[in-house]
Design a binder for this molecule. Sequence first.
Ligand SMILES: [Mg+2]
Length: 372
Amino acid sequence: MSKLTIERIEIIPIQIKLTEPFVISKGPLTHANNTVVKIYTNDGLFGTGECCPYRTIHGETQHGSVAAGKDLAQLLIGEDAREIRKIVSKIDKALAGNASIKGAFDMALYDLNSKAVGLPLFRYLNGDADKEIYTDMTVSLLSKEKMVEKALKYKADGFPFLKIKLGDRPAQKDIDRIHAIRKAIGNEIPMWIDANQGWNYLEAIRVLEGIADCNIYHCEAPVPAGNIIDRRRLVDASPIPIMGDESVFDHFDAYRNLAEGAIDLINIKLGKAGGITHAMKIAAIAQGAGVYCQVGSFSETKLGITALVHFSMAWDNIIYYDLDSPLMQSEDPVHGGMVYHKDWKVTVDETPGIGAEFDLAFLKRFETYTIK
Ligand SMILES: [Mg+2]
């Protein structure tokens, strides 16, 4: 395959209304305000990536992601798109942080390269075509009664796992929520919980001990991301395993948190890692440490989540899947890509690349910034 010279890049901020507000301890989200990156080469080949800057977690806004994306795009014009690692190094060197928009560029490059060699992305990443992947469904942080209602609906819908958003104060309210949900749906469906940094150490330990017998597989982000000391104490004291999410953006965070004994599990997100290139490093560090991972997302569409599915197929230590964000959106602007089956098994096919593309009429509704 000869050189794939990057000729033009489009950056498109999009917006999709959620069917209902998605509520975490940091507040509600009513729309997915995502940024699409399309990278074109001189022979007409292109790749598409997407990110969802989540301001309360990334410290990135959609406006910021577009501005940073325009600057980064300048650096890519004329580069050989096959050189993903070189390009990722270049953008990391040029701009700190901004994992979200960097992840969209990286995703577009992987889409482009796997298309160029005619392979679905999971095969380009040496993935396992037969890996069984089932998504969970997330219950927003609402009143106890509303959360019970949602959990009952998702049970009736057949979801094999439920993820419950917590992180409220006082902590007893969260204990009451979990007990009420378990009473309503029974004990069989495994659940995991996510406090999104909402508790302190004492609140966290109170909740985790209070729900120890509720068939909870793990707890994401019990305390503020920067508080590695209390997270380490929780790993020692909690009856429920602790998963690093906001505390583990990239491979450096993964190494530090694992070396410090501050997490039992890692939630990998392409939008935190800065894309597949770095997400693979997190998965590898976890594998070396004997640590299982989950994959999760912000509010990406089916395109971003399909890329995440391909990535998941390449790592056998990824065993939990939070792939529900497209299910919360009021429209699906993506053709092709992952399929949700009746039992919530998720599959992708052999279409080259991510195998998904944004509807062009949908993208036309938004402004396109072209860099060439
Ligand atoms: Mg989380």
